[in-house]
Design a protein around this ligand. Structure first.
Ligand code: 6PG
Length: 259
């Protein structure tokens, strides 16, 4: 599952996450001249994104390319849109060229949006042949410099939900997902697939809240099948880390006390 760090509260976690993003971004820009950064949606990352905007002078935003690990099929200005959350939290406050924003067109039907998004990703990575790709079986997947993920209390991540056929996708980088049962919002989604996530150079989960504590214990301590979607995030050669607040990490710490 990769190492985890527990922070006293969500503010400290957000600050640590923002610093981590900055550090990985600087290294990617130094190495490749660009930073490919895939954002998570939901509510947890919001404060980390805000922290990023407060340190924005430390990053060459002209070299930052933003993608999303998933999106809800909603208009971009819908308050439940992952793009809208990131726009409000930091994109609107940093000097990021509009062409560097690789938004998922949530206003389209999921399959169409997924097809367009995969083409957009392919176009970027084909323009940067020096970048690393990971092979999984017969298929090559581009390696994002950093993918931020959240985890739902059901163990989903991105828009890969327990039992979803999307979990077994082995060729496409991005797929459309029908989503008509909890967790909300009950709208279709577009999501990175597991092989694309696992091709990344760096994957960081940000998890806060007591409602995630029991599921996190299962993620870290229970290897029963079928594995939870969050348990199936295992970067082929990249780094995996978890940043937790003390509420989400409560049971892990207890477990650590009584090994
Ligand atoms: C989404 C997210 C999703 C999220 C988890 C955790 O579109 O909802 O990408 O995977 O990360 O549901 O959400 P919270 O951070 O709101 O708990």
């Amino acid at each position: 599952m990769g190492p985890y760090s527990v922070f006293a509260d969500s503010d400290l976690l957000a600050q640590a996450a923002a610093l981590y993003i900055l550090e990985v971004g600087k290294q990617a820009i130094a190495r490749y001249g660009a930073f490919t950064f895939a954002l998570a949606g939901g509510s947890t990352p919001r404060d980390a994104y805000k922290g990023l905007s407060q340190m924005s002078s430390e990053l060459d935003w002209s070299a930052v390319h933003l993608f999303w690990g998933d999106e809800r099929c909603l208009p971009a200005d819908d308050p439940r849109s992952n793009y809208r959350m990131a726009w409000d939290a930091f994109i609107s406050r940093v000097p990021l060229p509009i062409g560097n924003i690789h938004r998922i067109y949530g206003e389209l039907p999921p399959r169409e949006a997924a097809g367009h998004y995969q083409q957009d990703i392919a176009k970027f990575f084909e323009m940067h042949p020096e970048r690393i790709w990971q092979s999984a079986g017969k298929v090559a997947f581009p390696s994002f410099d950093l993918i931020i993920l959240g985890m739902g209390d059901d163990g989903h991540t991105a828009s890969l939900f327990p039992g979803s056929p999307a979990l077994d996708e082995s060729e496409r980088w991005v797929v459309g997902v029908e989503h008509n049962r909890p967790p909300p919002p009950l709208v279709d989604r577009v999501t990175f697939t597991l092989p694309l996530i696992n091709a990344a150079a760096d994957v960081v989960f940000l998890v806060t809240g007591e409602n995630k504590a029991e599921r996190l214990l299962q993620v870290f301590k229970d290897d029963a099948e079928p594995a939870l979607p969050a348990q199936r995030v295992k970067p082929v050669s990249g780094r995996l880390s978890w940043l937790l607040d003390s509420r989400a990490g409560l049971m892990l710490q207890d477990d650590a006390i009584d090994p």
